[in-house]
Design a protein around this ligand. Structure first.
Ligand code: FBP
Length: 560
């Protein structure tokens, strides 16, 4: 029996994503620029990527299809890492473009992430199958996974599987790590004389895969709009009930782009920005003092309610917690043998005994569940921060601080009743906004043209995105150009630099210029739900971050 779909999904399936004019008109060719190099660590990167180093940036310009094959080709797609709205449209864009160039071409999907390429777990994507996922959220079309293709055995298995399917190209849809992995795979295949090319597409709701060439990662737009709708609803509840402080943690493993964008959209009383906390060397108790001070100032105005936004990555940016995490990582590394067969609680006791001085004090001040999480590491060596209940921790510590102040007669009349929320998984599979639906389809379409051009080791991009879609410019950036060397698991490793919030950047500066007012006055804004139909100024609006970052450069480009 056919699966029932919602009325919105039915209508939305017919939505035709917008494309850059050059693709809509159909007369184009790739133009390869002068050799492009990374900003730093040139010699090391050249040594590691001799085949793909120094390639030129690509732009699609007017042409008659020069350099683009019209022969049937086979390409495969892989979804890698956390879900982000629009992933299905990347695949749909690849599918439509590949089939439009030659209906005999085939598109395969490796299932459950990069692990599918290693294990040869794939399916051929047919029109009927793909059509059911047009403009939908989620990655369930072929599913995702967090495996990395890194060992010689895994690289060799991928090569054999790709060649058996006679692939011209593999398109990896992922974040900074996955695009770095795409570059490693591209180099490996090129060095082995394989005909298979590898391309990347910038994905992540965290918004931290961006640079001069990549204006934004897909999914950030929809996820932040989804969270902002919920935050706006909570703000209205707070100012209606006038009795709760809401502490809302927002996803984003490291960077605070999600929290900052949501703050720009909803104007809460407080939004912590991890990057600023790190820059200033702020401690946990200083953060608690700051929040408690705003709570008291608002209480003095008769407002015993408010909204606080907290980025997920915060614990790793608070100076004393970061030191504690680093000391724990050291213990986990050095004493791996002793810890091997211990239960979770035995590990905790062992580590607690080893910590000294202020780190021990900070660690003891945390609830047991958070202490357990801080002693855990995932496959990539990351602390699983989405599981740390920072919002609850801050609620408790601010509550204690206010009790102290009251005992000293300094917080008379302050009522502090707090509720905690975590918005993360709620937004990652939302139906893509028009922006993400169009942007992702355009990225997929561009990736297909790069596959037809037989280019390898590139991440595709679509630029000029604060302008209407027909002014968008499609192209690709050599991954080696975006690499720098960083210490990973104790070794210098080539990686795409994660874009953190810049405290000198326009989005943060605008926020910082407003936050004192937002803290005390009620300036809440209620963005409402994502609109798919209606006036363009409501339905096609990019994020405030993108508008603030690109406003001037957008004008310059459009005048040309
Ligand atoms: P990606 O970087 O893979 O896009 O994932 C981002 C993210 O949503 C983070 O915001 C969050 O910390 C993490 O994934 C959660 O991971 P998991 O899905 O494995 O729980």
């Amino acid at each position: 029996m056919a699966r029932e779909i919602s009325p919105l999904q039915k209508v939305r399936a017919a939505y035709e994503p917008k494309l850059p004019k050059i693709f809509k008109e159909g007369n184009f060719k790739p133009q390869i620029g002068a050799p492009a190099f990374p900003k730093t660590d040139k010699a090391q990167i050249k040594k590691l990527f001799p085949k793909t180093y120094g390639q030129g940036e690509v732009k699609f310009v007017k042409g008659k299809g020069e350099g683009l094959t019209t022969k049937p080709i086979n390409v495969a797609v892989i979804l890698s890492g956390g879900q982000a709205p629009g992933g299905h449209n990347v695949i749909v864009g690849v599918f439509d473009a590949i089939k439009a160039a030659n209906s005999k071409s085939k598109v395969y999907g490796f299932k459950k992430g990069p692990g599918g390429a290693i294990k040869n777990n794939y399916m051929e994507l047919t029109k009927k199958y793909v059509d059911a996922y047009r403009n939908t959220g989620g990655f369930d079309m072929i599913m995702s996974g967090r495996d990395k293709i890194e060992t010689p055995e895994q690289l060799a298995a991928c090569k054999a599987n790709f060649e058996a399917l006679k692939l011209s190209a593999v398109i990896i849809i992922g974040g900074d790590d996955s695009n770095t992995n795409a570059a490693v795979l591209a180099e490996y295949l090129a060095a082995a004389g394989s005909p298979v090319k590898v391309l990347g597409v910038p994905k992540t709701i965290d918004g931290d895969m961006k640079n001069e060439q990549i204006e934004t990662s897909f999914g950030f737009d929809t996820a932040t709009k989804t969270y902002s709708e919920l935050i706006g609803n909570i703000e209205r509840d707070a100012s209606s009930a006038v009795k709760y402080w809401h502490f809302i943690k927002l996803m984003g493993r490291a960077a605070s782009h999600v929290a900052l964008e949501c703050a720009l959209q909803t104007q809460p009383n407080i939004c912590l920005i991890s990057e600023e906390v790190k820059e200033k060397g702020t401690t946990l108790s200083e953060i608690v003092d700051y929040i408690a001070d705003v709570v008291c100032k608002r209480a003095a105005e008769g407002k015993n309610y408010g909204v606080v936004l907290i980025p997920e990555g915060l614990p790793e940016f608070i100076s004393d917690i970061k030191t504690t995490i680093d000391e724990i990582s050291d213990i986990l590394g050095k004493d791996a043998k002793e810890l091997e067969n211990k239960s979770k609680s035995e590990r905790l006791i062992y580590i607690e005994k080893k910590l000294k001085g202020h780190s021990a004090e900070v660690f003891h001040s945390l609830p047991e569940n958070d202490r357990l999480i801080l002693t855990t590491r995932d496959n990539h060596g990351n602390v699983p921060l989405s599981q740390v209940e920072t919002e609850k921790l801050l609620m408790t510590l601010v509550g204690n601080k206010i009790k102290d102040l009251k005992a000293k007669g300094k917080a008379e009349g302050v009522k502090f009743s707090a509720l905690g929320h975590f918005f993360g998984y709620e937004g990652r599979c939302a139906a893509p906004s028009n922006f993400d639906a169009d942007y992702c389809y355009s990225l997929g379409y561009t990736a297909a043209q790069m596959a037809r051009a037989g280019l390898t080791g590139y991440t595709v991009n679509v630029q000029n995105t604060i302008m209407p879609a027909d002014k968008w410019v499609a192209g690709a950036t050599p991954v080696t150009m975006m690499l720098n060397m960083e210490q990973r698991k104790g070794k210098p490793t080539p990686v795409i630099k994660k874009a953190l919030v810049e405290t000198k950047g326009k989005p943060f500066k605008f926020f910082a210029s407003q936050r004192d007012k937002w803290a005390i006055e009620d300036c809440f804004t209620y963005p409402g739900s994502i609109q798919y139909f209606g006036p363009s100024e409501v339905c096609d609006l990019p994020t405030k971050t993108l508008i603030l970052e690109k406003k001037d450069s957008g004008k310059k480009q459009s005048k040309k």
